[in-house]
Each structure stands twice: as C-alpha cells, then as structure tokens.
Design a protein. Structure first.
Length: 556
C-alpha cells in the first residue's frame, strides 16, 4: 500500500476516508473478502458478505455477488450530463438520458459530503484504457468495493504504463459510491441510484447501489465511443482476431450471438472479444481483459473460458453456491454454470493474457473480413449472407438479432431485437456517425462483409435445433479465406426472394441443404409467412429511426 496522490483531494475534496492505492491483485482479493459488504437479497440487510474465495483460496478466482436489483447494467438509470457543448451531439435515448447540469453538480457534492461524513475505505486504481497510443487514456477508479478495483485490473492495462500520462487533459475518473442513496425528487434521477457520465470534467459517477461490475467497463467504453469518432477512429462493440499471415477480422454482435466464442479460434490470434478501435494504423483492443457470459457454458466447446475459471485473480460474478456447500469448499470447476437462480447474466472477468494465443500488443492490421453476427430465433435467415458495402451499412445500423422470450411470463415466441451498431446503449453519437466511419474504412481497405447467422434453422427456436458450432465455424472460416469472394467464380449464389439477401449455395465442409433456410422447413407456407413478418419488422425499425433520411439505403 502507498498513499494516494494528492490529486484525489484536489479533484473531489474527499477527506477522511482510508485510501488503498494501486493494491496488487492478491491484496485486492483479500480486501474484497474482508471488507466488501452489501445486500444479497431484496429483503436482507446491507451488511452481507459480497465476495468469496473458493476451495483454491487466493490461488483461484474471487466470487462476487451483486445487489439483487443490479445483476446487469442499470439501463434506466444511465445518464450523461447535458452540458451545452455536448447536448446537440449526443444520441439521447431511454438507455442514455439527459442529466441536468445543475442537479448533477449538486449530486456530486452530496456524494462527496456523504463520503466525508461517513469516512470508510476507498480503493483506488490507475489503469490505462486502450492498447494504441493513438487514443489510449488514463482511467482512475475510486471505489468503495475492492472487487471493482480488482475488476479494473483485470479489464484494463495495469499498472498505468506511464504514470506521467496522468494529467488533466485526457485522464478520466470513476467515482463509485455504493452506500449513497439517491433521492429522485431531490437529485433529478429515476430511482435511488444513478450512473452519470460527465464529458466536460471526464468523470463517471456511480451513486447508489449499482455494483454490477460491468458498469466499470461500459461507462468508460461509452466515453470512448464519444471521444474516438471525433478523432476519426471507429470504436466498435465487436471482437477481433488475426490469422497467422496477418489478416485480421472484426466480428460485430450483440450478447449471445457468438462474438466471444467465435473470436477464440485456436488457429487465429485473439485481438479482443468485446471492444475494438479502428484507426489509421489498424485495429486494437480498447480493453485488456475478457468479460464473458457464463450461463449454460459448454466447457468442451469453450475450453479457454472453462480453464480460466480456476485461474488466480479472476472474478466470477453471480454464479450461486452449490446446494449445501459453501464457496470455500467448492472447486470452481464444480460450479453449476446452468444455475440462473441469481441471474441469467452470470459473468466472468479474466485477463486477456489467459487466452492461449493473443496478438502482439493486442493489435492487428486493417481487417480484410467484417462479420455481422445475428442469432435469428425465428429460424428464417440463411446461415451466411454475402453483403456489399451498402448492405453492410444497412445491417450495421439495424443491428438485428432475435431471442426466445422469457418463459416466466408464459411467452415462447421469438422476439426481435434491433440495436444500432450492435451496441446502441453504449453508442454516445447517433448511429450514422459510426456508419459513415465504417463505410469509409470498408471502402478504403476493400474489406469483405458477411452476415453470419448463429441462430436456428428448420423452424423457430422453440421447435428447431440451433445451427451447429461446427457449421458456423466452417462458414466463418470460408468467409475469412475468401471462398465467397466474387472473383473466385467457383461459388454460385441465390438471392432470397423476400429478404433480398444473397447467400452461397455451397460451402466446403457444410451440407448445402442448410444454406437455403426455406429448404429446412417442412411447412414452406409457414416459413414464407414468418419471413414476411420479420421483413416487416426490419422495415418498421428502419422507418422509425429515419435511417433513409440519414443516407442509409433501404435494402429489405
């Protein structure tokens, strides 16, 4: 331990709290178990132990349980301060609302006053966001929970590469105060918590019980999504990897579409699994860690994630204990990854270096292949479609996937999800800003583009099997090899009569019968009806967002 630099006092006026500055991961592990306290059940108190060791003790992972009201990003409580200089530039939406500047300044003062009147422990970590010197920034996390500091060390470059980089021109700070309780009438927010991004002063404020670890990374990712396009750099909610001969690929996708799984290819070097920047020098990882979903994990298909479950210093979030057995007597490999009793959004944070083959510097060349992932639960999209430049931009701004509705309300029909740029909640600018940058880069680097469906075939998800990971990988590998490139001339194509998508009729290692989705349905009439229904959903979303007026061609 060492004393915190005086800037924490000058910047925020925090006094009295005991500061733990840049603790090592083993120190944070022990501190989390000893000190992190809060609520584990809705009817419980606020002094329950939040962090636990497993049977492996400090040689294994830390298990962390969030507040039951915050097992994912608190979308309804996420804001940005509507300063005059940014108000007209930001893409305001339900998942990113305006916060009045005067009320925000008062809220920040109240949070600091709360800390000074009830001084406790603050864990401070200085890390670096971004592997490229073209855009990397220092990021300081000031948190009441040691777990959040440990998460930051997993997910970003730590310690800060050059402490001299810490300066007022580009450094950001997260102030994460879980014990403060917001008052909606007084503070101008929707509930007793608020996650607010202040672009003027470069602050991410978390006030109230919002201890989901993903806030630590998604808050600064949202900030980067505002900063980078202003520099001509495309920030992307995507994964990326690179072949042995240096050809890289980007895989856009929402949660559950295979972004992490497909980028972890034993024959390719991993660049990153979730947040990527594309500059004039190529692509690079904005993070330095992985934050993978654990629910229903198939350890045989995802051995890297499975193996990392037992590694020292990693962090498992919201996986329940085994019945009748405490965490301290449980091997991490024995945890039930199918147990969603706490949340379906069980997660796992580990350092990028735990992957077996990471690209040097977590960077790669300009991509030759751009993949847009969708998991179509309606069962009507082809497994792979070849996109031209305009089609790629259309599907990028639409950001479609579909999932099976929650069974708890007795609904089993698929639900369409449209999330622009495959990550709308994190995109601070309007979609067209990112779309124009993407189009420029596709054109400049002659990247091929495909739409890869990792969903279901032969019927909707409730009655048909999912496309096998073997077939999906075969199609992906064929696309990255250039097998579907027009100049090859040995592949024939069909154009879908309803969706206007072009798909190959054959692919090495894949049964040709699955490439045309209509052939996989017994009831062709029903297939046509469901497909037209999905087509109409695309059209309504396109019209609702006025994409055509922004220069996006209407494809479907």
């Amino acid at each position: 331990m060492s004393d915190i630099p005086q800037t924490i006092f000058y910047d925020f006026g925090i006094t009295g709290s005991k500061i733990f500055y840049n603790l090592s991961k083993p120190q944070l592990f022990e501190a989390a178990i000893r000190f992190d306290r809060g609520r584990l059940s809705k009817k419980g108190g606020y002094n329950d132990q939040k962090a636990y060791a497993t049977e492996l003790k400090n040689q294994g992972p830390l298990v962390f349980l969030t507040d039951p009201d915050c097992t994912g990003r608190p979308v309804d409580d996420t804001y940005a301060v509507a300063w005059p200089e940014v108000e007209s530039k930001i893409w305001w939406k339900d998942s990113f609302q305006q916060y009045d500047p005067i009320q925000y300044q008062r809220l920040l003062k109240r949070v600091v006053k709360h800390l000074n009147e009830s001084p406790g422990r603050l864990f401070v970590q200085d890390v670096q966001v971004g592997h490229s010197s073209e855009y990397s920034i220092p990021y300081r996390i000031i948190s009441q929970y040691a777990t959040h500091a440990l998460f930051a060390r997993n997910m970003f470059i730590s310690p800060l590469v050059d402490q001299q980089n810490w300066n007022s021109a580009d450094a950001w700070t997260m102030l994460n105060v879980q014990t403060f309780i917001c008052d909606p009438k007084r503070d101008g927010c929707r509930s007793q918590r608020a996650a607010v991004i202040d672009f003027r002063n470069r602050i991410c404020l978390v006030a109230g019980r919002a201890d989901y670890c993903g806030l630590v990374k998604k808050s600064i990712f949202t900030a980067m999504n505002y900063l980078l396009p202003n520099q001509g750099i495309l920030s992307m909610h995507s994964s990326a990897n690179m072949s042995a001969d240096g050809e890289s690929a980007i895989l856009f996708g929402l949660s559950g579409t295979g972004k992490t799984t497909l980028s972890a290819d034993p024959n390719r070097k991993l660049i990153g699994d979730d947040e990527i920047g594309w500059s004039n020098s190529g692509i690079s990882n904005i993070e330095n860690g992985c934050y993978a979903k654990l629910i229903n994990l198939d350890k045989e298909l995802e051995p890297v994630i499975a193996g990392a479950l037992s590694k020292k210093g990693t962090l498992i979030e919201n996986v329940p204990p085994l019945s009748g057995r405490p965490y301290s007597e449980t091997d991490p490999q024995d945890l039930d990854l199918f147990d969603d009793s706490i949340s379906e959004n069980t997660r796992f944070s580990y350092q990028l270096s735990l992957n077996p083959d990471v690209a040097e510097g977590a960077r790669g060349s300009h991509p030759t292949t751009i993949v847009m992932l969708t998991a179509d639960a309606f069962g009507v999209l082809p497994p792979i479609c070849i996109l031209d430049e305009d089609e790629a931009i259309y599907h990028f701004v639409q950001g479609f996937t579909a999932r099976v509705a929650g069974t708890e309300i007795g609904v089993s029909d698929p639900e369409a999800t449209f999330s622009s740029c495959f990550g709308a909640p994190f995109m601070a600018h309007r979609p067209i800003v990112y779309a124009r940058l993407l189009k420029e880069k596709i054109r400049a680097h002659k990247a091929r583009c495909v739409l890869l469906n990792t969903g279901w075939l032969g019927g909707p998800a409730t009655s048909a099997p999912r496309i096998s990971i073997r077939d999906t990988r075969a199609l992906l590998n064929a696309a990255m090899r250039g097998d579907f490139d027009q100049e090859n001339g040995h592949i024939s194509y069909r154009t879908h009569p309803i969706l206007k998508l072009r798909f190959p009729t054959s692919c090495r290692g894949v049964e040709s019968s699955i490439l045309d989705p209509r052939r996989t349905w017994r009831d062709k009439t029903k297939y046509d009806r469901v497909t037209r229904s999905l087509r109409d959903m695309f059209r309504r979303n396109f019209e609702k967002n006025k994409f055509q007026k922004q220069g996006v061609p209407e494809i479907i």
